[in-house]
Design a protein around this ligand. Structure first.
Ligand code: NAD
Length: 265
């Protein structure tokens, strides 16, 4: 996408953290923004901050897990701004529990919010993007979907691996049709995501991160990376480029990689 001037972006989970920072950066570069967010106060405050900065924005309070949310979101964006160019699917929530303690309903809840909402968004927004023959989809995944560093939140990791596959397939399909796809794979970023953690199912598992070599980033740093990726039509965004070293090691000898991880846990 050559410019963001007068483009229209929808950002889910746009009231906090990475979504909010990306929405603000998109707005600074001239895009109108629909903040889709379950927390109405966060949604309203993000939209207000954009308008205070001279941008155009509306808030849309919604739960991405609800049937019909994305059709209504699309209608609201089209009604207010007349078009949609960028869709950032960004809601992700955590869980915790050892594999034998996580109930099926919790698996279903996490996969529904973190993965199936992206599918519902795709079904709603793809027809107008295809009709337009232009646009860009950003799907937020995670290092958790790129490689396995723990077992304390398996539904989260599984949902994020699914987001990466969904995005890669869409990239293949949509590139020749003029629509870009970016998958954002963040490592550690200082946000409010811990608020989404429910009480542990069963005994509290030790929560493990992807590795101490990955420094905590600010959402603003990630927002800028996303906006550059939309402008450059970059598919994969690793917030911490050195994650490649881990991926190369795994791809070179997956058996040794996972055995070493298991011994270290
Ligand atoms: P955040 O909690 O700060 O922001 C997420 C926003 O989504 C919140 O404002 C929340 O209210 C909203 N939300 C939650 N459930 C919703 C629902 N059902 N419908 C609509 N909105 C809902 O978290 P964040 O860290 O900015 O997370 C953004 C994305 O980044 C997530 O997909 C997350 O998995 C991913 N991610 C974050 C990190 C990190 O370290 N923060 C690392 C890897 C991936």
């Amino acid at each position: 996408m050559e410019t963001l001037q007068d483009k229209v972006a929808v950002v889910t989970g746009g009231g906090s953290g990475i979504g909010r920072a990306t929405a603000l950066e998109l707005a600074r570069r001239g895009a109108a923004i629909v903040i889709a967010e379950i927390d109405p106060d966060r949604a309203a405050s993000a939209a207000e901050e954009i308008r205070d900065g001279g941008g155009r924005s509306i808030s849309f309070a919604c739960d991405v897990a609800d049937e019909g949310t994305f059709e209504a979101l699309k209608d609201a964006a089209l009604e207010r701004f007349g078009r949609v160019d960028i869709v950032m699917n960004n809601v992700g929530v955590l869980t915790r529990g050892l594999p034998e303690h996580l109930p099926l309903a919790e698996w279903q809840r996490i996969i529904d919010i973190n993965l199936m909402s992206y599918v519902r968004s795709t079904i709603a927004f793809l027809p107008p993007l295809l009709d337009q023959g232009s646009g860009h989809i950003v799907n937020t995944a995670s290092f958790a979907g790129l490689f396995t560093y723990s077992y304390d939140r398996l539904p989260y990791a599984v949902s994020k691996a699914g987001v990466i596959q969904l995005s890669e397939g869409l990239r293949l399909y949509l590139a020749p049709r003029g629509i870009g796809v970016t998958v954002l794979c963040p490592g550690p970023v200082i946000t409010n995501i811990i608020d989404s953690l429910p009480a542990s199912f069963g005994p509290e598992p030790e929560m493990r991160g992807p590795g101490e070599q990955f420094a905590l980033l600010t959402p603003d740093e990630v927002g800028e990376q996303v906006v550059e990726a939309v402008l450059d039509d970059t598919f994969m965004v690793y917030t911490h480029p050195d994650v490649r070293d881990v991926l190369v090691r795994r791809a070179s000898d997956w058996n040794t990689f996972i055995d070493e991880k298991a011994r270290a846990l």
